[in-house]
Design a binder for this molecule. Structure first.
Ligand code: NDP
Length: 310
């Protein structure tokens, strides 16, 4: 079995940026796209904060451009996902699509990203895509002049509630504690916004709806009182889960499952394995920071290979 010099798992901004740098350095990288080719950005619409796009771009356009750029320098992009790894010795063994292929990789860059968390309610699952969403910037547009709810009390929830208040007539922010975990500045924006009503100490019992989609939510106060709200959209902002299950037990993860890296290097607990992007970053989660960490990982790989192969 031929050994791949640099295997990159994941095709978001971190994976493709790593691929651009690795291919320009003649490391013949192979990218496995994973479950969501192009990553989380393909589920957003406008991107206005990525430097170099004065008129903005879209998530799909940006990811297609990144792929083209990586391929231009010789990156091989394959569809498929990693189902098992053995990182106990180099070259590492990587299983694709439950045994469809097994690969050997001299170095590995993990850029598998993170996925949005849901509450786990059956009714929430039923209305996913017809009123239930985990991305206000993707779907907020459909709720102009309507009523929506956002679940969560962190920065994301406050940011999404504020964003939605710019479109909808009414936004409920459903918070399970009696305080917001978000930064003071973010909290102030929420409290100042007349369209946002914060429902502290409430949990969602059920998302209500009919064949047209979501029509409301049944909430329970911590004192046991039930309350029904009429809404057209139900947004989750309760955090993200890093996509690291396949690496558990082989790499050091933090208590939330994010891959632990040496700050500023992307180096993991296993020599020859790097992590880049949201899979190792619970804080910033931006396309630009993911891209930057992909670049760092590729430069590190280049250095590592030149030291080990000389
Ligand atoms: P956080 O983990 O900070 O917050 C998650 C929120 O969801 C908490 O309020 C938590 O409640 C609540 N929650 C979790 N599970 C449930 C549940 N089952 N039911 C109800 N509520 C639930 O995640 P964020 O995505 O908000 O932020 C992640 C990181 O990104 C943070 O470090 C944040 O500061 C950063 N960020 C920064 C931004 C900025 O500066 N512009 C924007 C967005 C994110 P509880 O408090 O009770 O645990």
């Amino acid at each position: 079995m031929p050994t791949i010099k640099t295997l990159i798992i994941g095709s978001g901004p971190a994976g493709y940026t790593a691929a651009i740098y690795a291919s320009r350095a003649n490391l013949s990288p192979v990218v496995y796209e994973g479950f969501t080719p192009g990553g989380q950005l393909t589920t957003t619409t406008e991107i206005e904060n990525f430097p170099g796009y004065p008129n903005g771009t879209t998530g799909n356009e940006m990811m297609a451009d990144l792929r083209t750029q990586a391929e231009r320098f010789g990156t091989e992009v394959r569809s498929g996902y990693v189902t098992k790894v053995d990182l106990s010795k180099r070259p590492f063994t990587v299983e694709i699509n439950d045994g469809e292929a097994n690969l050997l990789a001299e170095t590995l860059i993990i850029a598998t990203g993170a996925t949005a968390r849901y509450l786990g309610l059956e009714s929430e699952e039923r209305f996913r895509g017809s009123g239930v969403s985990a991305c206000a910037t993707c779907d907020g547009f459909f709720y102009r002049k309507k009523s929506v709810a956002v679940v969560g009390g962190g920065d994301t929830a406050c940011e999404e509630a504020t964003y939605l208040a710019g479109l909808a007539n009414k936004v409920y922010l459903i918070v399970r504690k009696d305080y917001l975990r978000a930064s003071k500045a973010m909290q102030e924006r929420v409290f100042k916004n007349e369209k946002i009503e914060v429902l502290f100490e409430h949990n969602t019992v059920e998302v209500l709806g009919d064949e047209s989609g979501v029509t409301g939510a049944l909430l329970k106060h911590n004192d046991g009182t039930l309350k029904e709200i009429a809404i057209d959209g139900f947004f989750l902002a309760i955090g993200h889960t890093p996509v690291t299950a396949v690496f558990a037990g082989q790499l050091e993860l933090d208590e939330q499952g994010y891959i632990k890296t040496v700050p500023g290097t992307g180096r993991t607990s296993v020599e020859g394995v790097w992590a880049a992007g949201d899979v190792q970053d619970p804080h910033y989660r931006q396309a630009i920071t993911a891209a930057g960490s992909g670049c760092v990982a590729a430069l590190e790989v280049e250095r590592f290979l030149s030291m080990h192969n000389s």
